[in-house]
Ligand binder design. Structure first.
Ligand SMILES: NC(=O)c1ccc[n+]([C@@H]2O[C@H](COP(=O)([O-])OP(=O)(O)OC[C@H]3O[C@@H](n4cnc5c(N)ncnc54)[C@H](O)[C@@H]3O)[C@@H](O)[C@H]2O)c1
Length: 261
């Protein structure tokens, strides 16, 4: 039986790790979408040893991309079983300084593009009477540091749309999920932290502060993606999964206090 995924942000990080895991799990075709054509070609060449990979180099900020992506997936593989929206815009902007260009960029890529992709994918999944949609959001959707205000709002909007998609498509055999991601060590995050000027060992030192002693890896997320689109998760729909080691609101006590104080 053929199983097909469309993965946005497939050139690296979460998208690439999920593609690898799904091919190893028996997915028969994957369309990887990314705006970075060079990295996309490189990743696709590596993954093609595991299975049938097609690529689409385009920008999700372009309004024509979502419909084109779903049409390409159907043209190449005849169906779509998983839409994994991993690509995201992580631009900074606080309440006091966010400008309309940053705001629009965030909402175009983090809200409008996933909405259009869900609309177009649902048409195909309804015909199949099956499908899984997984949108990558963030723990920051619940609030965070000031510079992430506009990003937070865009991910909160994605959470809301995903909850509604889960409800709207439930009777069509389509299940929709959100991964509210915590701090993950991806190529994208490495680039962000380098641009912010953090020292080269930031991932090790910040990871050491975590309960597990490390940051989340793309492979950790790939495990969850594989589970959510498997028969084992058929009884789940609409969950926003907080994929983070530090629950919302958690803070580290002073070592002098007992852990329950
Ligand atoms: N890394 C983290 O700590 C973290 C935390 C919370 C949420 N997230 C979310 O995880 C997802 C992955 O982000 P990441 O920074 O870890 O990067 P990543 O390393 O997983 O790569 C993201 C990929 O998306 C592609 N992409 C970005 N914008 C695009 C666009 N407009 N059109 C097409 N492709 C585009 C990039 O080229 C890149 O290849 C995003 O949705 C982000 O908001 C990340």
């Amino acid at each position: 039986m053929s199983r097909v995924a469309l993965i946005t942000g497939g050139a690296q990080g979460l998208g690439a790790a999920a593609a690898k895991r799904l091919l190893n799990d028996g997915f028969t075709g994957i369309l990887l979408l990314d705006r970075n054509a060079e990295r996309l070609a490189r990743e696709a060449a590596a993954l093609s040893k595991l299975g049938n990979i097609k690529t689409l180099a385009c920008d999700l900020a372009d309004a024509a991309t979502p419909a084109n992506a779903i049409a390409t997936c159907v043209q190449e593989f005849g169906r779509i079983d998983l839409l994994f929206n991993a690509a995201g815009n992580t631009a900074r902007g606080a309440i006091s300084d966010v400008n309309s260009s940053t705001y629009e960029g965030l909402f175009n890529v983090n809200v409008k593009a996933p909405l259009s992709l869900m609309q177009e994918a649902a048409k195909v999944m309804k015909r199949q009477k099956s499908g899984t949609i997984i949108n990558v959001s963030s723990m920051i959707a619940y609030g965070g540091k000031p510079s992430l205000a506009a990003y937070s709002a865009s991910k909160a909007a994605l959470n809301a749309l995903s909850k509604h998609a889960a409800q709207e498509f439930a009777w069509d055999g389509i299940r929709t999920f959100v991964i509210a991601l915590g701090w993950a060590l991806t190529e994208g995050e490495i680039a962000v932290q380098a641009a912010l000027g953090l020292p080269a060992d930031w991932a090790q030192s910040n990871g050491a502060e975590m309960p597990s002693g490390r940051l989340i890896s793309p492979e950790d997320i790939a495990d969850l993606v594989a589970y959510l689109c498997s028969p084992s998760a058929q009884m789940m729909n609409g969950a926003i999964i907080d994929f983070e080691q530090m629950p919302q609101g958690m803070f580290r006590q002073h070592p002098a206090l007992k852990s329950s104080a």
